[in-house]
Design a protein around this ligand. Sequence first.
Ligand SMILES: [Zn+2]
Length: 379
Amino acid sequence: MGKVRDSGTPPPYLPARTSRPSPEDQVRFIANIERILSEGSFVATYKYALLVALVELAIERGDDSNRELVLAVRDIADKFAELYWRQAAPYEAGGVSGIGLVLHQNKGKQAGAITRLARLRDDLKGSRSTLAEARRTADWERLVGRMRTLLKTMPLGKLQRVGHEDVCFLYEKPDTKANHITLLPGVACHLRERAPLIRRLAQTEWLRFVLSLEQNQPVLGRAVGLSEFLFGSSRAALSLKVSEPLRELQRGRCFYCQRSLSSAAAVDHFIPWSRYPRDLAHNLVLAHGTCNSRKSDLLGGEVYLGRWAEFVSDHDADLLSIGTDAGLLVDRATSVSVAEWSYGHAERVQAEVWLGGTEYGHLSAGWRGLMPPISGRGL
Ligand SMILES: [Zn+2]
């Protein structure tokens, strides 16, 4: 933690809000960063790069007061281009650049930022050119101009989009004509204070995104296997083991919409895997593929929490035997504690929850009353 400066009387020209953000503010800020990284939708890596760019600019231009920080979009664009510079070189397994493949950073065709930088690299005689050399060319300035347009039309407006709402905690949503953004009071200070953590979070998600793209498989295929192996859930195996018994328990109906399930159904982690990456038998339900993907990484609303509470209470013994047969961890008390933690967190950060169909909303304080008892009924 940095030292809190107490300089007695503040200089008269500074507004009163120049004191540092409180610890509670910091916790809320990191929770919001987590939300945009885990609940935002990503079709390209631009939002990760933008977040890292803001961290670096806050370090370079900001101070440790609670003040606003005005940043020219042109300067963000310059930083943005710099972050992508090394990534636009062809990648070869082993992490060296050479004649390999320029990694894709977009779900569809290659990200425009990468294409332009790769072209500039080519013009400057390929991978031997350095960033410092590139920056001295007139082409760099043109490139930054293009990045500026790209930033305005895409990531600047979308970075703070979480699910179906905007959480503007970094800066007010800019219009596409604005030439600058203003980091809200305290934001630059937060970014400076937690820079290593925020950068690491953004880079981890960035890496994961690049690893997941189909187009990168020729050079990254094995690494994807590794990531799944280290951190993933074997969905296929899970589905094979618990689909049928869960279908029976749910009387052939989707846990969420209650309509009848076709033969292909998805095993859903009631508390999403992204929040709690462990397969606990009591946390699994069977749902339509569409219901499962609409819920995505969100929590289900209170109706679903109530239904789940009833489900695990009524079927405790069944879930115990399904889980045991499937070789899963069976721990009802832990499942309930995890749900309590997750809903409590969602309420505190006002996370979006899925209400069914294409409806999304927020939790009321009433969710606590819906929680099942920790110990099983009749045990
Ligand atoms: Zn359904």
